[in-house]
Design a protein around this ligand. Structure first.
Ligand SMILES: [Zn+2]
Length: 483
């Protein structure tokens, strides 16, 4: 059998060789080079693209918060922000600024990538945190991917990685599709109009996550190079973001954007945060790293897991070092947002019952793998899990500025409360001024008369105290960024 297949394969190969005048790979690469040459011409020519060293683009952006709205279903919340991106290729400088609000968060931030002088700025908090390991390619990649003129400049420089994928229709016009690889991330497919050679669409696939698609519109020519006036982003076919350009400057000095504003205080550098376990109270553990944390509560005969963010399997493994045997009987979810329901199939796989707000039951079932098999208990206002040694209350404190319904897990004896997305202590440095979601969280804790000594967040390795919460609430917002 094996021999027979091998023989057929060899015959097949020799037949194909005889019928094809030229090697398929060679044809493909040559076709890609032709498409790239046409695109380079359409974008002002090789000389102009090579000479474009710096670029500043200002934008206004609307984010469509599917999976991140206050309610699980449409219509989804729309959040607006304004910002800019600036790049200087010769000096490997990249600056991003964004100011806006969404999901109960107000923000006014900047990232400066400039070698040793790289910083994360938070204008609301009045702080500047050094970036220990700045990476120009990783930081500037998102800007390049939404700027066709820069994509063509990259494509020209990395033409040796390009392949022709085929022809495809976009809005009734025939396009030629070329894929190439940037320094970082999965390959990107570029759709060039066969007539105009303009880039109208791009795509990338993230295994396990899905399809990211950009559409580019409204070209205008600046300094001889066409720039898109706006773009739309789709995630797995759903509208996710709409951005329009409000200003474009080619080959201007961007060094003023790298200067540290004098009204900001330098705070501790952003350090790596590997997976770790800490015991908050006897039998109560906070396990996590790199921005996501779960709490585990030991009962007489079982364990309650709290939180559903990324990396729950690793966090369970870490817990097994201190609690090797007790089964996880419950997995408590805070809310329906897409980064807080990743634990559902993991808890189901552990044989645990998932506990969620009744308003989020459908989203939770849809993310369970096999939703019909999922053991799910819902909470209307409050659910109590109790045995001889401990009392655990799961309370819907909604509505908040972040979510219509939000479950917190409260241990009245220990004074511990676990929440997500409302009050996260910074890993280092001072407590920043409260955002809207923090304010509505504090109001709910007071209204429900919860006596908390330790606030635990799904997004911080550092628990907070009532004094920390008070500091956040009373701290004034520092001067806004001046731009
Ligand atoms: Zn959330």
């Amino acid at each position: 059998m094996r021999m027979h297949q091998a023989t057929c394969l060899m015959v097949g190969l020799s037949l194909a060789g005889g019928l094809t005048a030229q090697n398929l790979t060679q044809q493909n690469v040559e076709r890609a080079q032709t498409i790239i040459s046409n695109a380079v011409e359409a974008y002002g020519g090789a000389e102009r693209l090579n000479a474009m060293n710096s670029l500043i683009i200002r934008n206004e952006t609307t984010a469509i918060a599917s999976g991140q709205s206050r309610n699980p279903g449409p219509p989804f919340d729309r959040n607006t922000n304004a910002g800019l991106d600036a790049i200087d290729f010769e000096n490997s400088i990249f600056v991003n600024q964004a100011r806006g609000n969404g999901g109960g968060f107000e923000f006014d931030n900047a990232t400066i990538i400039n070698g040793e002088q790289s910083y994360q700025l938070n204008f609301r908090a009045g702080s500047a945190a050094p970036i220990a390991q700045p990476d120009f390619n990783t930081s500037s990649g998102p800007f390049i991917r939404v700027t066709p003129a820069l994509l063509v400049k990259q494509l020209q420089a990395r033409a040796q990685t390009a392949h022709y994928l085929g022809d495809a229709d976009v809005d009734g016009n025939s396009h030629e599709v070329v894929a190439f690889s940037m320094e970082v991330g999965p390959a990107i497919s570029l759709y060039f109009d066969k007539q105009t050679h303009m880039l109208n669409k791009s795509e990338r696939v993230f295994p396990g996550f899905g399809l990211i698609e950009y559409r580019f519109y409204d070209y205008t020519t600046i300094e001889g190079i066409p720039f898109n006036g706006r773009f739309d982003l789709f995630v797995n076919g759903d509208s996710n973001l709409e951005r329009k350009t409000t200003g474009t400057q080619v080959n201007v000095d961007i060094s003023s954007l790298t200067e540290l504003p004098s009204n900001l205080n330098q705070v501790a550098a952003i350090e790596p945060d590997p997976l770790s376990l800490q015991e908050l109270a006897d039998g109560v553990y906070l396990v996590g790293g790199t921005g996501t944390y779960a709490m585990f509560i030991e009962m007489d005969d079982y364990v309650i897991a709290v939180g559903g963010t990324a990396g729950i399997p690793d966090r369970i493994s870490e817990l097994r070092n201190v609690l090797p045997d007790k089964p996880i009987r419950y997995g408590v979810l805070t809310h329906h947002h897409n980064d807080h329901i990743l634990g559902v199939p993991v808890y189901a796989g552990e044989g645990a019952t998932v506990i969620a707000s009744s308003a989020h039951a459908e989203v939770v079932r849809n993310n369970a793998g096999d939703g019909n098999e999922l053991k799910l208990e819902t909470v209307e206002q409050r659910k109590v899990l109790e045995d001889g040694s401990r009392r655990v209350e799961i309370i819907d404190i909604g509505p908040t500025a972040h979510s219509e319904h939000l479950l917190v897990t409260y241990l009245p004896e220990e004074g511990i409360l676990f929440e997500a997305d409302h009050f996260a202590m910074p890993a280092a440095g001072p407590v920043p001024p409260a955002v809207s979601s923090t304010r509505s969280f504090a109001e709910a804790v007071a209204r429900l008369n919860l006596r908390v000594s330790t606030f635990v967040s799904a997004h911080s390795p550092k628990p907070g105290t009532p004094e920390d919460l008070q500091t956040a609430l009373s701290k004034p917002v520092a001067a806004a960024s001046n731009r």
